[in-house]
Design a protein around this ligand. Structure first.
Ligand code: CO
Length: 464
């Protein structure tokens, strides 16, 4: 029996705690397991990107670049992997090309191996520069196709987008199902279809949210998927990934054996269980459960719980909001419900219901989207609505980042006082005030000077 080693990418240190603990896991709690994780033989370890960069600066008072360096130091034998939102990098808007290039060069320099690059609209123009830069910097380009369910997403559209990715050049391909809606037999069909012409390894990323994910991974493996994403069991299930341990056990002795040592993996999970006890947000048992609403409404679990908290005493209107979501999505040409479009569509649906009239209030994000600033919609946008909302304003058809001026030099000037290393400029270019606050605090600790007070003194005396 021919054995094809199936690889496992471990997501514990990124998507695992992003999905379950609001991305709050501290670097100090990762360090105790890094050397053990390095022994396992994971295909890669996803530990950076997504929301981790933002939360380090905003909530944890940590430098995300130092986290990357530290993990690199403790994991010399394992490929490190990050998630990149195309031209949005690890933020929520398009950045100018100079920021994209510098960010990715520094990322690879600091030890990143694999960059998983996606765009929520599967618009290759928002990914190309990032892909080429990672390639030129010596990194591994993982091209990503975002999976979604809509009348304009089907096998043929995925196949043609994957061909675009192959044309630009990829070292591996990822099918990304951020909502946990990819059903097992669909996954089988999709992977089989892609395997006919994709000559690089195919990875599958899904979420356990709806309860289907481990079945989906198994069917994808049977269809030829090379690597699947799992998280160590203390940070698996619920809105996170399927667990590593059962996947290792299920495949052991089959033609898809992962070759991983279940004893070693379990020992790491025991350590993580102890660490988990330190996090209050990890103690809510409902986050590890299955949410069948995801199957009924094909929406990410987080979106529905957002509606519930926004509605407050208007909770009886939840069914109307849930019915409005697909209508808004249709008006916008079916963007997949992934960041930032899940927030955009959700907020608009909510406003349409609460205002009592559709599009009486329109968010800036929807206006920008209709102006083409996010890229090409997967389907047809409702033209009558577009004209009503943006009037005679011109819709851009060029690559969205082409309308952006360079940003790096201005950022360098603004941050120069608190800068210790080039990477600080990037943190500031990406997160502005949030990064500046972190850099000032770091400076305060270093010199034991309160720079806010010093600033006030400069303006005209100490406050009383
Ligand atoms: Co994910």
């Amino acid at each position: 029996m021919a054995v094809k080693r199936v690889g496992i990418t471990d997501t514990t240190l990124r998507d695992g705690h992003q999905s379950l603990w609001a991305t709050r896991m501290k670097t100090e709690d990762m360090v105790p397991v890094l050397e053990m994780m390095d022994q396992v033989g994971f295909a890669s370890v996803e530990m950076w990107g997504g929301a981790t960069f933002d939360t380090c600066l905003r909530y944890l008072n940590e430098d995300p670049w130092e986290r990357l360096r530290l993990i690199r130091k403790y994991m010399p034998n394992t490929k490190l992997q990050m998630l990149l939102r195309g031209q949005n990098l690890v933020g929520y808007r398009h950045y100018a090309d100079d920021v994209v290039v510098e960010f990715l060069k520094r990322t690879i320099d600091n030890g990143m191996d694999i960059v998983r690059i996606f765009d929520g609209l599967n618009d290759i123009r928002n990914m190309e520069l990032a892909m080429r830069t990672v390639r030129e910097a010596g990194g591994h380009v993982q091209g990503t196709v975002v999976y979604s369910i809509s009348p304009v997403h089907n096998m043929d559209t995925y196949v043609s987008f994957v061909k675009e990715l192959l044309d630009v050049g990829i070292d591996s391909l990822c099918i990304k199902d951020m909502a946990g809606i990819l059903a097992p037999y669909t996954a089988y069909e999709l992977v089989k279809r892609l395997k006919e012409f994709v000559d690089v390894p195919i990875h599958l990323h899904t979420h356990y949210t709806s309860g289907m994910a481990s079945m989906t991974l198994l069917k994808a493996i049977e269809a030829g998927a090379d690597v699947v994403d799992c998280a160590l069991s203390p940070l698996a299930l619920g809105t996170s990934q399927p667990a590593v341990e059962p996947m290792v056990a299920v495949l052991e002795g089959t033609p898809y054996d992962t070759g991983l040592d279940l004893e070693l993996v379990s020992a790491i999970s025991e350590k993580l269980t102890a660490i988990k006890a330190k996090y209050p947000q990890a103690q809510n048992p409902s986050i590890y459960q299955v949410n069948t609403n995801v199957l009924r409404y094909q929406m990410p679990g987080g979106m529905i719980s957002n509606f519930i908290s926004q509605l407050g005493d208007q909770i009886h209107r939840l069914p109307e909001v849930l019915e409005e979501v697909p209508r808004v999505r249709e008006d916008l040409g079916y963007p997949p419900l992934v960041t930032p479009f899940s927030q955009m569509v959700g907020t608009q649906a909510f406003m349409n219901v609460i205002a009592g009239e559709r599009y009486k209030m329109v968010s800036n994000e929807v206006k920008n989207y209709l102006m083409g600033l996010y890229g090409r919609a997967p389907g047809q946008v409702n033209e009558e609505l577009r004209r009503r909302i943006i009037g005679d304003a011109e819709v851009i058809t060029v690559r969205p980042a082409d309308v952006l001026e360079p940003e790096l030099e201005a950022a360098r000037k603004e941050v120069s006082l608190y800068m210790e290393k080039e990477e600080d400029v990037l943190s500031y270019a990406l997160f502005g005030q949030v990064a500046l606050k972190y850099l000032k605090e770091r400076e305060s600790r270093k010199y034991n000077v309160d720079f806010e007070l010093a600033e006030q003194a400069k303006q005209g005396g100490y406050p009383v």
